[in-house]
Ligand binder design. Structure first.
Ligand SMILES: Nc1ncnc2c1ncn2[C@@H]1O[C@H](COP(=O)(O)OP(=O)(O)OP(=O)(O)O)[C@@H](O)[C@H]1O
Length: 800
């Protein structure tokens, strides 16, 4: 039977692990390749020019630690960041300069230069030990209950087409072995008849000339030896609102130097239940499949998911690795590992998002060696293999070189155009979940566009744009905020309220819980405040796009950024036009969406703003792809007007209602409750469900040993899945435990719901389902007659 949960098989922290970071204004290291070369030359370092890095013998490696390692240091060409894996030295370019000046060695390669930054040996060893201990506590696949095996196959889309071991899922098992463990003897020749699809049988021949063959090893392990030592499915705990929960996960090891250094874990489940984790939580990202790559391999396939990697490898036998965060990011930390390859195939899937990610990654990897693989317009390698494709090898052969030229022909664009036609929905961009009417007008948020956003002073521009960007960020759009008008602490506080849907000043005990969730968003802030030099802002943006794969940059606002004093000699309009042109260029060349807030010129307060009201010349609106205007209405209600939409021309008005407790304009929480009351089952397209926890629970969770659990898929959706798990497990509904805030005796929400029988039912049933605490909670927070007015407004927005 599968192993019971032990202390060693303990809880893990969900990924992507991202901290909210501030990119210090002006202090982002700016270095050119010329400068790096000059420093290396002047210090007499011998180096070669790699694809993404300069490669040199590490001057910091000491004999002991680097034994067996390659003593190779990589200096990133774009950032100047340095890495030497054997001695675990890593740092920024400025660190490197500091070490070099300290060493003052006439012959640095041979002298004893003090190692400056690496973590202590004990730290590194403890981290590796934790990973290996975790890895060894996995439960063998063949010992997992059949029901879990089926669930896992279904969840990961793995079609088992034969009764033997040669399905993709089984094959994946072999990736869990270290080279030492896999030194098994391979029989002279083994024939498998597998992957039957529609009557077609693919015969795979294994040759004895291969010292080690993954598939045969599994074959031997399973059928000759009868038992495997380690597998990759095991039991792990996740922290939930109700406490610890035991769930099945698949573990993907990241190897370095022949040993497991970290394990990525994916929860077995469908849709929003898919969660990721890393053990240990702290450490560098790695590549799945690295242990299968020989040091002299000259080509590699990079996929977005682990099972895609296995599928490609199975079908083509070409060295293949999977990225740590799929199509979301290519962390610079893994670039040195990929330096050895002269040819890199990027096979991230067939959709528009995958294509865009592949193009972005190709620029980071060095465009000249990159080839883009696309089997057809929508399928991943695994899906293709499941369909019985025997053409994965020819897809690799037909891979197109990455086009990074000024002149292209239609022939080169032909497939991309076809893919866009097939994936019209994806091309339209990421949809706002909180603002469906905005999605209806703009269709989505697309990379490479410039949005100009305006509204009168104090209308709520920052508040609204914050919620709009948060909505996208929760869906995985990596976001960089440049707030030149209000400090980052205030901005983050506002976003946290919008994220939790709570007035956290009244629920301080829940701060830890929500902060832990919020911290996992791919959200970054520039450290500028007040006027700033546009070139430093652009440099910071470029750095963030390279290092953090930023997809959305917000400049709030342009007038504050430009300031008055900076360009006294120049016409203000000219300065603004220049800045707008730079942002336009940045958006197009980097394929990043840039949103710029611009104040309007002073106009009569009674009249509505128009496109022509935007301060400056017509340049800003001409350059923009989208123009959004926040129109002030009566009381707390406002309108967001779309006055320009270059994508498909649809214009429109989005009704907004300001909710003071959560500083939101979307009415998300009310809409959520109403839907749960009216419709049964929310489905995949439901907006993220945020939930209320009681103060006591919040406090417990924020101090719990693994309270930093976080999600890969939109956080709200994951929390919702947790709620479902809870209620299905028959645990006490959360609403019953939620502590209502003290205060007002009014019941505005309940009253307004009572007007509509279906909504009233919903309010009641939502209590039973675990989120009704919010109704109790909010009734204490929403005060005065405005509250009841707000509530009926929101219901009407929902109805509309
Ligand atoms: N509809 C609203 N009703 C009441 N208060 C609001 C509304 N919208 C925003 N606020 C509040 O008004 C204040 C100013 O909002 P915000 O900073 O978003 O406006 P802004 O348009 O960006 O201002 P500025 O013109 O100074 O840039 C904030 O405290 C915000 O919470």
């Amino acid at each position: 039977m599968w192993r019971p949960l032990t202390d060693t098989c303990r809880t893990i922290v969900l990924v992507p692990r991202r901290a909210l970071r501030t990119l210090e204004g002006g202090s982002v290291p700016h270095v050119t390749q010329k400068q790096i070369r000059a420093v290396l030359d002047s210090n007499k370092y011998k180096y070669s020019v790699g694809h993404a890095s300069f490669v040199l013998q590490c001057p910091f490696c000491d004999g002991q630690r680097s034994s067996g390692g390659r003593r190779t240091m990589f200096v990133n060409k774009t950032t100047g960041g340095v890495v030497c894996k054997p001695c675990d030295v890593r740092g920024a370019w400025t660190d490197f300069l500091g070490w070099v000046s300290k060493s003052k060695a006439p012959n640095p390669a041979s002298s004893k230069v003090p190692r400056v930054v690496p973590p202590s040996d004990t730290q590194q060893l403890a981290s590796r030990r934790a990973a290996q201990q975790f890895w060894s506590s996995t439960t063998p696949w063949e010992e997992t209950p059949a029901i879990i095996q089926d669930q896992a196959r279904r969840a990961f889309g793995i079609k088992v087409s034969c009764g033997l071991c040669y399905c993709v899922f089984c094959v994946a098992v072999r990736w869990s072995f270290s080279p030492a463990e896999t030194a098994a003897k391979v029989p002279e020749e083994v024939h498998h008849s597998h992957c039957q699809d529609g009557g077609e049988v693919t015969h795979v021949k294994q040759h004895s000339s291969r010292a080690y063959d993954p598939w045969c090893y599994y074959y031997l392990g399973m059928h000759t030896c009868g038992k495997l030592k380690k597998e990759f499915v095991f039991l792990v705990q996740f922290h939930t609102v109700s406490g610890r929960e035991e769930v099945w996960c698949v573990a993907y090891p990241w190897y370095e130097g022949g040993e497991v250094v970290r394990v990525k874990v994916e929860r077995v489940g469908e849709g929003p239940q898919r969660q990721l984790a890393l053990e240990p939580a702290e450490g560098s990202p790695g590549l799945f499949g690295w242990n299968t790559i020989s040091s002299d391999a000259k080509e590699v396939v990079i996929t977005g998911s682990e099972f895609d990697a296995v599928a490609v490898h199975q079908a083509t036998q070409v060295p293949t690795v999977a990225l740590p965060s799929g199509t979301l990011a290519l962390p610079p930390e893994v670039l040195p590992q990929l330096e050895q390859f002269e040819k890199v195939y990027l096979w991230l899937g067939g959709g528009t998002t995958a294509r865009q990610a592949a193009s972005h990654f190709a620029r980071k990897l060095g465009p000249n060696r990159c080839h883009l693989v696309c089997l057809d317009s929508s399928s991943s390698p695994l899906a293709a293999l499941n369909r019985g494709h025997t053409h994965l090898m020819s897809a690799l052969k037909n891979a197109k070189p990455f086009v990074n030229k000024q002149i292209v022909t239609f022939q080169q664009l032909r497939e991309e155009v076809y893919s866009e036609l097939c994936n019209a929905n994806q091309v339209a961009g990421v949809k706002w979940q909180r603002f469906p009417k905005l999605t209806q007008a703009l269709k989505g948020h697309r990379p490479g566009e410039l949005t100009v956003f305006t509204g009168v002073t104090g209308a709520g521009k920052t508040t609204l744009i914050s919620e709009l960007s948060l909505d996208l960020c929760q869906q995985g759009v990596a976001t960089l905020w440049g707030s030149f008008e209000i400090r980052n602490v205030r901005l983050a506080k506002m976003m946290l309220k919008q994220f939790s849907g709570l007035n956290l000043e009244r629920h301080l005990k829940q701060y830890g819980y929500w902060a832990n969730q919020f911290q996992q968003l791919p959200l970054y802030f520039m450290g500028f405040y007040g006027a700033a030099d546009i070139s430093s802002v652009l440099e910071t943006m470029a750095h963030a796009v390279y290092v953090y794969d930023i997809q959305h940059v917000i400049i709030d606002n342009l007038q504050f950024m430009l300031g008055a004093s900076h360009h006294a000699s120049l016409d203000r309009y000219a300065v603004q036009n220049m800045a707008v042109a730079e942002f336009r260029k940045f958006a197009s060349s980097r394929n990043v969406h840039v949103t710029v807030v611009i104040h309007p010129r002073k106009e009569s307060e009674s009249s509505e703003l128009t496109t022509a009201s935007i301060f400056g010349t017509a340049k800003a609106t001409q350059e923009a792809d989208n123009v959004l205007i926040l129109q002030s209405g009566h009381g707390s209600s406002k309108l967001l007007q779309v006055t320009k939409n270059r994508f498909d021309g649809d214009l429109g008005r989005v009704p907004l209602v300001f909710e003071k407790n959560s500083l939101t304009f979307s009415g998300l929480h009310l809409r959520q409750r109403k839907r749960e009351g009216v419709a049964s089952g929310s489905g995949d397209h439901a907006p993220p469900a945020l939930r209320v926890v009681s103060d006591t629970e919040g406090a417990q969770m924020s101090h719990a040993p693994f309270s930093e659990s976080h999600t890969h898929t939109p956080i709200g959706a994951t929390l919702k899945s947790v709620a479902e798990t809870e209620s299905s497990a028959g645990s006490r509904p959360l609403a019953a435990r939620a502590v209502p805030a003290s205060g007002s005796k009014q019941k505005p929400f309940r009253r307004s719901f009572r007007k509509k029988p279906s909504a009233a039912v919903g309010a009641k049933s939502s209590e039973g389902r675990g989120d009704g605490g919010r109704a109790e909670d909010e009734k204490g927070e929403t005060s005065g007659s405005k509250a009841s007015e707000l509530c009926s407004d929101c219901v009407s927005v929902v109805n509309s």
